[in-house]
Design a protein around this ligand. Structure first.
Ligand SMILES: C[S@@+](CC[C@H](N)C(=O)[O-])C[C@H]1O[C@@H](n2cnc3c(N)ncnc32)[C@H](O)[C@@H]1O
Length: 355
């Protein structure tokens, strides 16, 4: 960990004071930190090689940019611009979570002075490869979602339905993902984000300020729903009450969620989604692959399911068309460079239902 840089002292840290640092909710902050690293690296590349237009877009981020952050492990092609992630990752809660986690991983680490440091540098306690995986998965899923709204990008040539019809985008276990604010998706789309109460509360509260600093790219409607996805009656009622229409095509994204659920909860969740969505609706899931016991880090203790074949989850729940499994190796080919070395460690599949 490199603590020698300190471009922002603790007096500038937003005081967030929420429950997000506990339980599975806290994992949303880990992922957000990976996206903050990716954003810093993206801005670095724009400053060095970007067009005037690209530079104009990131001006708002310059007061937050960390010149000395070690982010060169993120290949330029994997860059994403998610300034909100930076905001989420540098709050007083983020600092508390970092302290709590370091104390667990490295009990001898001197924590006394830690408040002096900008949390962005402290997030380096998470390995580069973990941040890199977040960068790749964000990039790939961003690309997948945008391609559903942009026919010229869409490689699903077998689709026999209009790709511009996904006016409902449902993100389950959305965490601190800000796709509703930063992706190229039509303004008349409604984005539903579902997650635990503590995550939704934290995100909503911080976005009030963060959206004043970083201008959202889209004007689509964002509906945030606190719920527990292990209880189908609960979350479907909330989604329907919030305006979701079962008879209109929908696009579903489950990133970094399924591994926290048991196999039986996954089956119930995906069956429920399949029953809830109209024909030719589409889903993308991402989860973690099987890892030999000796290679399992601490976080694996929290996982309740691992699979090398997430497509089977979808097929068994009725998403039997356009099945497209994709691994990090392929994603590396799309967005990596010669220096990127990623083990498998995560699996993606997209599919449509046929009803
Ligand atoms: C690793 S984070 C991923 C967040 C987000 N998808 C991303 O990639 O940035 C896992 C998320 O799943 C949420 N989650 C886990 N179990 C859940 C449950 N039973 N109900 C609702 N959300 C859940 C957590 O609160 C957390 O936000």
């Amino acid at each position: 960990m490199n603590n020698s840089d300190n471009n922002q002292n603790s007096s500038t840290i937003v005081n967030s004071n929420s429950d997000i640092i506990n339980g599975v909710a806290r994992t949303s902050l880990f992922v957000s930190a990976g996206r903050a690293y990716t954003t810093n690296s993206y801005v670095r590349n724009i400053l060095a090689n970007g067009s005037d237009e690209e530079k104009a877009r990131i001006v708002e981020f310059l007061p937050y940019f960390q010149e000395r952050l070690s982010d060169s492990f993120i290949p330029p092609k994997a860059g994403i611009y998610d300034p909100y992630s930076f905001y989420f990752s540098t709050t007083s809660d983020a600092l508390e979570l970092i302290k709590k986690t370091i104390a667990k991983v490295d009990p001898d680490y001197p924590l006394a002075d830690i408040n002096k440091y900008n949390p962005m540098y402290l997030w380096s306690f998470i390995s580069e490869s973990a941040h890199l995986r977040v960068a790749f998965r964000t990039k790939y899923i961003d690309h997948f979602i945008e391609s559903q709204y942009n026919n010229s990008n869409n490689n699903d040539s077998n689709d026999n339905y209009n790709n511009n019809q996904f006016k409902q985008l449902i993100i389950l276990g959305a965490g601190l993902d800000t796709r509703a604010l930063r992706l190229n998706i039509p303004d008349d789309t409604v984005v539903y984000e579902l997650d635990l109460l503590e995550v939704i509360e934290y995100k909503k509260r911080l976005l009030v300020e963060a959206t004043k600093v970083f201008t959202p790219k889209t004007k689509c409607k964002l509906v945030q729903i606190p719920t527990d996805l292990r209880y189908p009656e609960l979350w479907t009622k909330s989604l329907l009450d919030a305006g979701f229409q079962s008879d209109r095509q929908s696009l579903w994204v489950l990133e970094g969620l399924l591994m926290y659920l048991t196999e039986s909860d996954i089956k119930i969740l995906l069956d429920t989604i399949n029953q809830l969505c109209s024909p030719a609706s589409k889903i993308l899931i991402h989860t973690v692959n099987e890892v030999p016991l000796e290679k399992r880090t601490l976080i694996f203790k929290e996982f309740n399911s691992l699979t090398d074949h997430p497509e089977n989850y979808l097929i068994e729940s009725g998403f039997t068309k356009d099945i497209k499994p994709i691994s990090y190796i392929e994603i590396n080919q799309m967005f990596g460079d010669d220096t990127t070395k990623l083990s498998k460690s995560s699996m993606f599949t997209s599919a449509s239902n046929v009803r």
